[in-house]
Design a protein around this ligand. Structure first.
Ligand SMILES: *Cc1c(COP(=O)(O)O)cnc(C)c1O
Length: 370
């Protein structure tokens, strides 16, 4: 048998960080705390109610959930984005795919600047969009000149920047984001002789972990209609298992992605669970405050060990440099601690865990450094 697999998939390995059953898992930036009893009870009650209607298709437009996310964003960042300008899907990964299905495709390109999240090029590939990757500066900040040149050369349909960035943890300043928003005006592919804007996506998967005074790109939405901000409940919210991501943008973007979503893409149970979790956002945010403190302490501790450590606005830390990072990774794994080999050569990334997990990581790491 020979199946007609698309050529570009021939040598592809399915994406996946190792899901190993070890005591301390600090490799995929999850919130280390499982939901509290109060959250679980509310979720169970929400699902019970949804279950009585499972013979029916879910609310296709998820209006109640989008309104709840609007309230949450207002509380979290002070920016008002009405529910009609929010889009929800199964993880921000699906949100990104929707954007590429609407704005990418054959003869078009998507651009980002490394080191950054490794999934973007897969959405590009899966939608037949050309993937273009430039480089950040050595300190992981943006090289504006390189960005300007690359935009002029390729006229991308979509440009995505991650802030705080994964795997570096570094955030864009509002000024940098504004500069890129300016550069992407009128820089997209021509349609019928008319220039379009490049859709400028700021992936804010880790936004809730940013340090005080670091603004969200949500603040750009009023000025720049081609800016899209994506968020997720997978990280700070502690709901990676739920698969719920969303974006905030102008109304036009919502109308466009609605054309490509699968009918009833977001299950009634997902909507019910997300609504229940959002009712507990204040409790969850106090947990985030603790994780931010732990992150700051971890950055400081790693620096005290004489390592090079990127300033982090996320719930993970990139540190190095090691002659043989694979060996450090393996030595930690032998001690029951799973982190991630990712980022520039010589670097490793560790997610912030519970207090107990963080001290186990530090103890094991001290042993290895000896
Ligand atoms: C974890 C992560 C996401 C989250 O994806 P979901 O599909 O919402 O779980 C998005 N972007 C980046 C950069 C991430 O690291």
């Amino acid at each position: 048998m020979t199946l007609p697999l698309r050529r570009e998939l021939a040598d592809v390995e399915p994406y996946g960080a190792p899901q190993l059953d070890v005591p301390v898992r600090l490799n995929v930036n999850e919130n280390p705390y499982s939901p509290s009893k109060a959250v679980i009870d509310d979720i169970v009650e929400g699902v019970r109610r949804a279950a009585s209607n499972l013979n029916r298709y879910p609310d296709r437009d998820a209006m109640e959930l989008r309104a709840a996310l609007s309230d949450y964003l207002k509380k979290e960042s002070g920016v008002s984005v009405p529910g009609e300008r929010i889009w929800v899907a199964n993880g921000s990964n699906e949100v990104m795919l929707h954007l590429l299905q609407a704005y990418g495709g054959a003869g078009r390109s998507m651009m980002s600047f490394a080191p950054t999240y490794s999934m973007y090029h897969e959405y590009a590939r899966d939608t037949g969009t050309t993937w273009i990757q430039g480089e950040r500066n050595a300190d992981f900040s943006l090289n504006m000149e390189a960005i300007e040149d690359a935009i002029a050369k390729h006229r991308p349909s979509v440009l995505v920047l991650t802030s705080p960035n994964n795997p570096t943890g570094t955030a864009l300043t509002l000024e940098e984001a504004r500069q890129v928003a300016e550069l992407t005006r009128g820089s997209g592919p021509e349609i019928d002789g008319h220039a379009t804007d490049t859709v400028f996506v700021v992936d804010e998967a880790y936004a809730e972990f940013r340090r005080d005074g670091v603004p969200s790109a949500l603040e750009l939405l009023e000025t720049y209609e081609h800016v899209v901000v994506t968020r997720t409940m997978s990280k700070a919210f502690g709901m990676a298992g739920l698969r719920l991501g969303y974006l905030a943008a102008t109304r036009q973007v919502i109308d466009d992605v609605m054309k490509v979503r699968l009918p009833y893409h977001l299950s009634a149970t997902s909507q019910a669970v997300a609504l229940a979790a959002l009712r507990h956002s204040e409790e969850l945010m106090s947990q985030v405050a603790h994780l931010r403190d732990s992150r700051d302490a971890l950055v400081e501790w790693l620096r005290e060990q004489g390592l090079q450590v990127a300033s982090s606005d996320a719930n993970f830390v990139l540190f190095g440099k090691f002659q043989d990072r694979e060996k450090v990774f393996q030595d930690l794994l032998e001690r029951g601690i799973l982190i991630r080999v990712v980022g520039p050569e010589g670097f490793l990334r560790v997610s912030v865990g519970t207090d107990e997990e963080n001290s186990r990581f530090k103890d094991a790491f001290k042993e290895i450094l000896k």
